[in-house]
Write a protein that binds this ligand. Structure first.
Ligand code: ZN
Length: 233
């Protein structure tokens, strides 16, 4: 597995200011402030955390897979990856990764992709795009700030293994994650995070068994090197 940069986090569970479990198929929406750390834990292993990120002050400035890949010259996300926005800002940096493989090419599952990839009768099944929308609608009604269908753009699939072959083919492989593996990110600017804990029942990558995720948040600590600022030049 090339280019995986495995790194553990120095942050302790007891110092976290926030901790919650996301049930399989459920959304999670939360604003994190510049300098805070967010950890996503694959509790039972081989679960996909489909995730969208937005500039908390301007949702039209959002995660860009293309800019992220171009900036780091690599298609896989791991420790050290800066998640870039469509406006050229570094939203977050991956600061710890015990899994080593996260995808940003495969996209989120939808009822349409379920139908194309699996079978026509899979169309009724719940998919990540619905979970994203459910989270977005809940956030909009709670805050009065609109987040809707047009905001469901490029996403990251944390813990998902989508290698590209030497011929350039995209393949969906069995997960390389395992129980307790995690990825941790530092917010470089105030960021809204929207997670769909993938409800997929048709893909062998999660053994046809979606499982819960845990999200933990830490405040910026005095001993780290500090957020490096929002703008990427
Ligand atoms: Zn999904």
């Amino acid at each position: 597995m090339p280019e995986a940069m495995l790194a553990e986090s120095p942050r302790l569970l007891e110092d976290a200011i926030f901790s919650t479990e996301i049930g399989a198929g459920d959304p999670f929406v939360h604003e994190i402030l510049r300098g805070q750390f967010i950890r996503i834990v694959d509790i039972e292993g081989n679960q996909a955390a489909d995730t969208l990120f937005y500039n908390a002050h301007d949702y039209s400035d959002r995660y860009s897979a293309q800019d992220t890949i171009r900036r780091q010259q690599n298609i896989y996300l791991t420790t050290g990856t800066k998640l870039m926005s469509t406006g050229g800002n570094a939203l977050l940096t991956i600061v710890a990764d015990t899994c080593g493989r996260h995808d940003t090419l495969g996209g989120a599952c939808a009822t349409e992709s379920n139908m194309v990839r699996y079978a026509i009768e899979k169309r009724y099944m719940h998919a990540c795009r619905q979970t994203f929308l459910k989270g977005a609608m809940a956030w909009s009604s709670k805050t009065g700030r609109h987040l809707g269908k047009r905001d469901m753009a490029a996403n990251i699939n944390f813990f998902m293994n989508v290698p590209v072959t030497p011929e350039g083919k995209l393949t969906f492989e069995d997960g390389v994650s395992d129980a307790g593996k995690y990825v941790e990110l530092r917010a470089e600017m105030d960021t809204l995070i929207l997670i769909s804990n993938c409800p997929q029942l048709n893909n062998p990558c999660n053994a046809y068994n979606p499982t819960p995720l845990r999200v933990l948040i830490w405040n910026a600590s005095a001993d780290h090197n500090g957020a490096s600022g929002g703008h990427d030049v």
